[in-house]
Structures are given as structure tokens and as C-alpha cells.
Write a protein that binds this ligand. Structure first.
Ligand SMILES: [Zn+2]
Length: 154
């Protein structure tokens, strides 16, 4: 998918629509809330992954993903986004990533596997439920209470 004109940062590049609901996450599934997965319809389904994408994700009024420029985009440039901007868990791509960007992480992973500095660089360009899930999971990351022996406290 290639831009036919230039876009400035924050401008909507493509508007997403939901084609149908899915009962689970898979390689073509878009996560659109903490619990909900869908197939998008239309041209957004043709956009390739990059580990250093020029677009991010914004939820639109229909609950689908709009693609928003996170860098200036010139006419003729390929439109890309990072699968980790929409899905918390991506564990269905066995092959190595071929995006070729300077930030390539070798495997296409989900939000939960992004390093903290990458999450920070994507701030404002990822689906809001991803950071909500992080915040909900944070208490489980605390160390165990003192005084418990291994195997206790479950
Ligand atoms: Zn890559």
C-alpha cells in the first residue's frame, strides 16, 4: 500500500472499517478492545508490518482502526504500521521479519513483547486498550509477599 499524496504527522492516512467479529486472536485478527477481535475490511488489510512504521493506530467512532501518520509521509512512500500497535499478543508469525528497518526486532511480536523504550516511542499511536491491559497486569508483576516459601501463596 503506497501513499498517493503526502501526509503530515497526526493526519489520518486510512480509515478502517470492521468486516466481521472473530471469536479469537489469529494471524489476520485485529484486536479492537481488551477482549474483542475482528477482521477489518477494505484497504487497511493490505498494509504491511514494519518495526519502524510511518503510521500508528487510532480507534475511530465505528470501533475500527484508522491509520494515522506518525512520521511525515511523502507521495509514493509505502504505508506501514506495527502489528504490536493493535494486538497485545502476536505469537503466530514463525518467520523472521523482513521489514529491513533500523529498529527491526527480527520477530513480529505483540505489544506485550515490546521493550519499554519502544512502547514510549509509540506513545499516542497505539490502541488505548493495550496500555490499559499493561496497567491491569502491573500488580501481578510485584514480587511475592515476604514470608512465603516456594510453592505457597497461590
Ligand atoms: Zn522488522
Amino acid at each position: 500500500m503506497f501513499a498517493t499524496r503526502s501526509f503530515h504527522i497526526g493526519e489520518t492516512v486510512m480509515t478502517g472499517v470492521i468486516d466481521r467479529e472473530l471469536d479469537r486472536n489469529h494471524s489476520h485478527a485485529s484486536q479492537v478492545s481488551a477482549q474483542r477481535f475482528v477482521l477489518h475490511g477494505g484497504l487497511v488489510t493490505k498494509v504491511n508490518h514494519s518495526c519502524d512504521p510511518n503510521c500508528g493506530i487510532r480507534l475511530n467512532a465505528g470501533g475500527a482502526h484508522d491509520y494515522v501518520a506518525r512520521t511525515p509521509i511523502a507521495a509514493g512512500q509505502e504505508i506501514t504500521f506495527d502489528y504490536a500497535m493493535r494486538n497485545y499478543t502476536v505469537e503466530h508469525f514463525a518467520a523472521h521479519c523482513l521489514c529491513g528497518s533500523r529498529h527491526c526486532r527480527d520477530r513480529i511480536t505483540g505489544w506485550k513483547d515490546l521493550p519499554a523504550h519502544r512502547k514510549a516511542e509509540y506513545h499516542g499511536f497505539v490502541a488505548p486498550y493495550l496500555t490499559d491491559i499493561d496497567n491491569q497486569r502491573a500488580p501481578a508483576m510485584r514480587p511475592p509477599r515476604p514470608g512465603l516459601r516456594p510453592g505457597e501463596g497461590r
